[in-house]
Design a protein around this ligand. Structure first.
Ligand SMILES: Cc1cc2nc3c(=O)[nH]c(=O)nc-3n(C[C@H](O)[C@H](O)[C@H](O)COP(=O)(O)OP(=O)(O)OC[C@H]3O[C@@H](n4cnc5c(N)ncnc54)[C@H](O)[C@@H]3O)c2cc1C
Length: 315
């Protein structure tokens, strides 16, 4: 029952730290449950935007920050790749250390040790998302699951450990954990009357596909997540889910699948499709996150702060 929760910390049941993180997850679920935003998570962005605008700020999207501007050893603003500049008292970077120290900051502004540590920063397993639109709600073999917001479908502790090992070794898992989100079971605004949506997360995916643990899907020579691999793997997942929801195949009216490579293209922070912006292993967690040489969201450049999933406390 508990093993799949380790996946939401970027770990597997065999990873050091997973037992501790399971306690953190259990405590959090007990304390606050698993909140779901009515109307979809875009409402969270709307709420944050309104806070910023109420305080006189502006939100620009679709812009690429190419450089953190430094004057007199202090951060003073950012330059976009289209040439525009924004100046300010502080710069807050929600990036990976790879990007911050390898791209946004010129090397002369950071010690060589920090640059070397950023270069050695590692990323975790990839994640694949399947979004399904259904003409009718799923009919679970276990009817009580119909009203549960979030279900893990897994063969159990050994199965999760096996799938993690397969993914970490470049294989598409034969029987990966399926995290089944059922937003429309709790929030009627998510689907037209009578319909439903399913949000499926596959947290045990290889960043590069070297093979298939089930021996059915052929891996491209360069290990890329091609459209063919992505859709074939999604077919496997939907078929497994259909064993628990017999009406699923006939209920599907729309399907969108995002591979780890698609996620990485959508957000530069999701390197290799790692949803947690960096492996959450013991050597890259707590005191050592993001890097042994920086802490407390500080950087070697005064007035430049590092936030997001990459620095402590992580995602
Ligand atoms: C598919 C998926 C499912 C997840 N599910 C859950 C879940 O159920 N529960 C949970 O708690 N967490 C979940 N996570 C993890 C969670 O989404 C992340 O930890 C969280 O979004 C991190 O938020 P953030 O604001 O710090 O960073 P981000 O969401 O990465 O936001 C930072 C933004 O800055 C942008 N950016 C970076 N560099 C630049 C640049 N140079 N110029 C311009 N913009 C830039 C990025 O593109 C990004 O849009 C999930 C992640 C994924 C991908």
């Amino acid at each position: 029952l508990r093993a799949p929760w380790a996946l939401h910390c970027g770990l597997g049941p065999d990873s050091p730290l997973s037992a501790l993180m399971l306690k953190v997850v259990a405590f959090t679920l007990e304390a606050v449950g698993m909140p779901m935003v009515v109307g979809g998570n875009a409402r969270t962005v709307d709420a944050l935007r309104s806070v910023i605008e109420r305080h006189g700020g502006e939100l620009h999207t679709g812009c690429d920050v190419a450089q953190v501007l430094v004057q007199g050893r202090q951060a003073v603003g950012v330059a976009l790749s289209d040439g525009r500049r924004f100046m300010g008292r502080d710069v807050v970077a929600n990036t990976t250390p790879t990007q911050l120290y390898g791209r946004l900051l010129a090397p002369e502004h950071t010690p060589a040790t920090v640059r070397a540590q950023a270069q050695a920063y590692r990323y975790g397993k990839g994640n694949l998302q399947i979004h399904l639109a259904l003409r009718e709600p799923p009919q679970w073999c276990a009817p009580a699951l119909a009203s549960v917001g979030y279900v893990h479908l897994s063969p159990g502790l050994a199965g999760v450990a096996r799938a993690v090992t397969e993914a970490e070794n470049g294989l598409l898992p034969a029987e990966g954990t399926i995290c089944v989100g059922q937003p429309s079971a709790l929030d009627g605004s998510r689907a037209p009357d009578g319909g439903a949506v399913l949000w499926l997360q596959l947290p045990e995916c290889p960043r590069q596909v070297l093979g298939d643990a089930a021996g059915q899907i052929s891996a491209p020579a360069d290990g890329a997540w091609t459209e063919a691999v992505r859709e074939a793997y999604a077919d496997r997942i939907v078929a497994r889910l259909a064993r628990q929801m017999p009406n699923l195949p006939s209920a599907i009216v729309g399907r969108a699948v995002l591979s780890p490579a698609d996620l990485a293209r959508m957000n530069i922070n999701l390197v290799g499709g790692d949803p947690y912006s960096g492996a959450c292993t013991l050597d890259q967690f707590g005191l050592w996150r993001p890097l042994p040489g920086v802490k407390d969201h500080r950087t070697p450049v005064p007035h430049l702060w590092h936030i997001g999933a990459s620095p402590h406390p992580g995602p």
